[in-house]
Structure formats: C-alpha cells, structure tokens
Design a protein around this ligand. Structure first.
Ligand SMILES: Cc1ncc(C[n+]2csc(CCOP(=O)(O)OP(=O)(O)O)c2C)c(N)n1
Ligand code: SF4
Length: 537
C-alpha cells in the first residue's frame, strides 16, 4: 500500500495519472496551477504523458478534447474563470460526447483569495448537462478522479472535477491504488460523432437530455453520496469541503441531525427525497452559490417544509465557509474561540516586489502622462502589473478579465478618447491579447499598447510564457502593427527619461503603436541565478 502526502490539487493530478491519462493540458491560474505542475514533475521521470502549458484555457480544453476523440484519456485543468474562456468547447463537448475519458479539473475560489469573482463551477456543469464531482478531502480527490475517468467513458461525457481553494492547497495522506495502462489510440473513428452540424447536433442534444435521469441514478447508487438517518427534526444536505466543516461540528452535537453528503452531480434525487420525507426541516450547507438550495426551494418557495441555508441567513450569502459558520447555523450560537487573540494586525496591501520591472515602467508611464497634453486613460489587464492600480503608482484604471485591456482600450478610442493606453503582460498577450490587436491594426486605431514582457507568467508563480522575447516583434508585425511603431524599452531607473520620452511620442502618434517593456521578473531571475550557482558547485 503506497501513501503519499498530497495537496488536493496533486491528488487530482495523481488520480488522473493513475487512471492512465496520455495528456495534461492547462493554463496557470490559482488555485488550480499545482494540478498541471504535479503532472509536469511526475512526467520528468516517467516521460509517458504529454504535458506542456497551453496558450489559454480554450486551447487547453480543445487539445484535451482532441486527445479524447482519439480514444485516449486526457486531463485539462484551470481556475474557475478559465472555464469562461473555454466555455464554447466545454458546452459543445457535452453534445459531441467524448471518446477516451475527459476530466476538467476546476479550481474554484470562494472568498476570492486571488480571483476577480467567486463563480461556482457546479452551476457550469449543470448548464452544460454534464457530471460534476466534488471531493470533500484529498483522498476523495484521488478516488473521485479515478471514478471520473470510468464514468466519463461509461457515459461518453466529460466530467468536471470541482475543487475549492482550501482543499486544493492543503495536504493530507492519500492511499494510492494500482495504476492503469493508457488507452490505445482509435484507428477506426466515426467522425460523424464529433461533428456538430445542426442535423447531427439536434439528435445528439436530445440523447444528452435523455441521459440526465440515468445520471441522477448514478449519483443515487454512488457510494460517495452518503445518507445517514439520525434525529428527525433536522436533515442537513452538505456538499464538497463543507462536509469536513459539518463533520467537525457534528462530532460535538448532542442531538445528531440526519444528513446527506453529496459528492456527485446531477444530485442523487432519491436520496434527497428520502431525507426530505424523513425530517421536519432541511438545512443546506454548500460552498459557493446556493445551487442546491435554489433547486430544493423552487421558484415560489411554497413547499410544506422549511429549507434553511444562504437565502435564509443561516449561512452567509457570500464568501468562504468555515466550521464556525456551520456551528452557528446548526446551534444558533457563536462558537467560542479556542484561543482569543486581542491584537489588531496592521493591514498589508499587496505590492510589487522591490526592483520589479513593472515599477520602473509605471514610473516612466506616469511621467509620460504628465508630458502629454490631453486626457490619457490606462486600461490594464490581469497579472502582477495590476498592482500598478495601487499607490504609489496609481497608474492604471481597469482590470476586468484576461485580454480585456486591448479590446477595452480600442473601445475607448472608438468612443473618441484621445490618448488611450493598454497595459498587458506577455503571457496575457498570448492568452487573449493578440486577437483584439488584429482589429486595431486593421482599423489603424489611434492607441498605445504596452506589453510588459518580464519573460514569464509571474503572477501565478513563474510558469513558462509562450509569448515572450524577440519572437514577439515578429508576431506583432504579423498582426499588422507597423515596424516603426513597435518600440522596445528596458525598464530600468537609468533609462527613466528616455523611456518616458518614447511613451509620450507613441501616445501622440495618431495610429497604433506597441511598446515592449523588456526586463526579466526579479523573482525568476533570482531563481535561475541560484540554480546556475548550484549547478556550478
Ligand atoms: C481566465 C484566467 N486565467 C488565468 C488567470 C490567472 N492569471 C492571472 S494573471 C495571469 C498571467 C500573468 O502573466 P503575465 O500576463 O505575463 O503578467 P505577469 O504576472 O508576469 O506580470 C494568470 C495566468 C486568470 N485570472 N484568468
Ligand atoms: S513576481 Fe516578478 S513581476 Fe511580479 S511583482 Fe515580483 S518582480 Fe514583479
């Protein structure tokens, strides 16, 4: 028996490896990054799995789907908002179905530790009419991932595996099972299956809807969905990591409520019905949206029994759950802290690292703004450079979603803004910044795009960036940007005046210009220098 201490993310990755995946495809994003990184590390020794970062989540999803169509098992992983980017292939893969098992591992971020929203991926799975598995601990993350591959092949549907930050980023011992061999590649393929011409798709969509009752039956029979009848006043329906919090409180209660733990969706309807029929009141404890609560309550909320949860204020409507909230919901009392610390900690807002190239870029940009006579607005994107919104820089205004800087900047130019500026990182440019630039180049939009090329995807820990260095210039030329308005600067204090002057000139140019601020992130530089030093020793 082999036991490994794994993060929730790593347990999913290991479950997929042991289920016999042939490929892992991903774009970094907290809290899901470590899923792919585990496969990448494992593969350095095993060299049996294709594992290379993709340009964005849509690409990663489609690469995994293509592998699945060839009969092989594939994993694609991303943070929750990554699925917005991959939504088109995700929704349609439910209709084409899959060949080899396909699992989409999603890192949701309730409480928004490092995300722009707290959307709940269970809702996305329901929208696409596919399975969603939701583990409550690391062992289940491993076991359910293995089950997800079997289920995916049995139902010929993708399976979404939902993790949340606390589970993704905490460790526990996981007992591993025997690894499976990889599937053989299909040699005889029915291509009609994968072709969503409306005539085909209409039939397949009907078939998909007819599968839903069987998916509910699967959940009713699944051993991970556990119904326990205890006291009959209250019945608790609890899902995913909330089950851990519930169990912590459950142990301490004198009167134990009945409960149903849900780990697979579509939810086990018969088990829910049994609990509902047995108890006087239902309480729903789920991490994320009140999805189960909405389903049970119905539109008119006029069932004979009370349904308690986020809508009734028993559980907070937003943010992350914890055992204290669950205790209060179940007992009506505040939990006394084990240790009380009466100390106010000073706030520590995030900041760019000392010596960060982005800091020098922003100082020069602010100086250039002063020199330009007229309204300058700076649209930013998502990356370390988003911290330029905070003092002392206060250099940027917007941050919405990846790639939005260039398209929003163009929209502002189209609205008549005289000096619109977009700021985007090299990885984000490759993710979704190139496509909006094509339109701006073709229309000759008067705007300035700054690509902050620090040679890496710094914000998520320094992963490989697909669009960094010299090839960027060729890419920009290929997209239609005039060579004389592609400028490269080195953001260093000694170049401050020169850099500000170039920015001013390009802002005043009546056409499209791109400035590449080219200097390595100090963190990755430190890492590569210490690696070189160790190798030399
Ligand atoms: C759709 C989506 N995918 C992934 C992320 C996570 N994420 C935030 S910024 C970023 C990329 C940052 O790299 P880069 O643009 O090169 O800027 P840097 O942090 O290096 O300055 C990623 C992957 C996200 N917020 N949204
Ligand atoms: S990690 Fe790199 S890019 Fe990010 S703030 Fe630090 S130095 Fe700047």
């Amino acid at each position: 028996m082999t036991i490994e201490v794994l993060l929730g993310d790593e347990a999913v990755a290991r479950g997929a490896i042991d289920a016999g995946i042939s490929g892992a495809f991903s774009y970094p994003g907290t809290p899901a990054t470590e899923i792919f990184e585990y496969v990448e590390r494992y593969n350095k020794k095993a060299n049996s799995i294709h594992a290379v970062w993709s340009a964005n989540e849509k690409v990663a999803f489609e690469e995994a789907l293509g592998m699945s169509y060839m009969g092989k098992r594939a994993l694609t992983s991303m943070k929750h908002v990554g699925l917005n980017v991959a939504a088109d292939p995700f929704m349609n893969s439910a209709i084409t179905g899959v060949g080899g098992g396909l699992v989409i591992a999603l890192g949701d971020d309730p409480g928004q530790h490092s995300s722009q929203n707290e959307q709940d991926s269970r809702v996305f799975a329901r929208f696409a009419l596919v399975f969603c598995f939701e583990p409550s601990n690391q062992q289940e993350a491993y076991d359910l991932t293995r089950l997800a591959y079997e289920t995916s092949e049995k139902f010929e549907l993708p399976v979404l595996m939902r993790l949340v930050t606390r589970l993704a980023h905490s460790r526990a011992g996981v007992t591993l099972a025997d690894p499976k061999k990889q599937n053989e590649i299909y040699t005889d393929i029915d291509w009609k299956k994968w072709n969503l011409l409306p005539a085909v798709s209409r039939v397949k969509y009907k078939t998909l809807t007819e599968t839903i009752p069987k998916m509910h039956d699967f959940s009713d029979e699944c051993k991970f969905n556990k119904l326990e009848i205890n006291d009959k006043k209250l019945g608790v329906i609890v899902s995913g990591i909330a089950y851990n919090y519930f169990m912590e409180v459950f142990e301490t209660l004198e009167t134990k409520p009945s409960y149903l733990k849900i780990s697979t969706y579509p939810e086990p309807l018969k088990k829910i019905q049994k609990l509902y029929d047995t108890v006087d009141e239902i309480m729903i404890i789920e991490e994320g949206y009140p999805m189960l609560e909405d389903s049970l309550r119905g539109l008119l909320n006029n069932g004979p029994k009370k349904i308690l949860g986020r809508h009734t204020g028993h559980i907070p409507r937003t943010g992350e759950l914890n055992p204290d909230f669950v205790y209060k919901a179940l007992t009506g009392k505040e939990k006394k802290p084990i240790v009380s610390i009466d100390m106010k900690l000073p706030g520590r807002p995030p900041a760019l690292c000392k010596g960060c190239p982005h800091a020098d870029t922003y100082k020069a940009l602010n100086a250039a703004k002063e020199m330009v006579k007229g309204q300058v607005e700076v649209f930013s994107d998502i990356g370390c450079y988003t911290l330029g919104a905070l003092p002392p820089y206060n250099a940027i205004k917007s941050c919405v979603d990846m790639g939005a800087s260039i398209s929003m900047c163009k929209g502002a130019a189209d609205a008549g803004l005289k000096y619109p500026v977009a700021v985007i990182g090299d990885s984000t440019f490759g993710h979704s910044g190139m496509t909006p630039l094509i339109g701006a180049a073709q229309e000759g939009t008067s705007m300035t795009v700054m690509i902050l090329d620090n040679l890496t995807t710094a914000m998520t820990g320094g992963q490989h960036s697909l669009t960094t260095g010299h090839p960027l210039i060729k890419v920009l030329e290929g997209l239609g940007v005039e060579r004389e308005h592609i400028k490269v600067i080195e953001p260093l204090p000694k170049n401050h005046d020169e850099n500000a002057k170039i920015m001013k000139e390009e802002m005043e140019y009546e056409g499209l210009s791109v400035i590449i601020a080219d200097r390595e992130c100090v963190q990755t530089l430190k890492k590569s220098l210490s690696k070189k030093k160790k190798e030399a020793e």
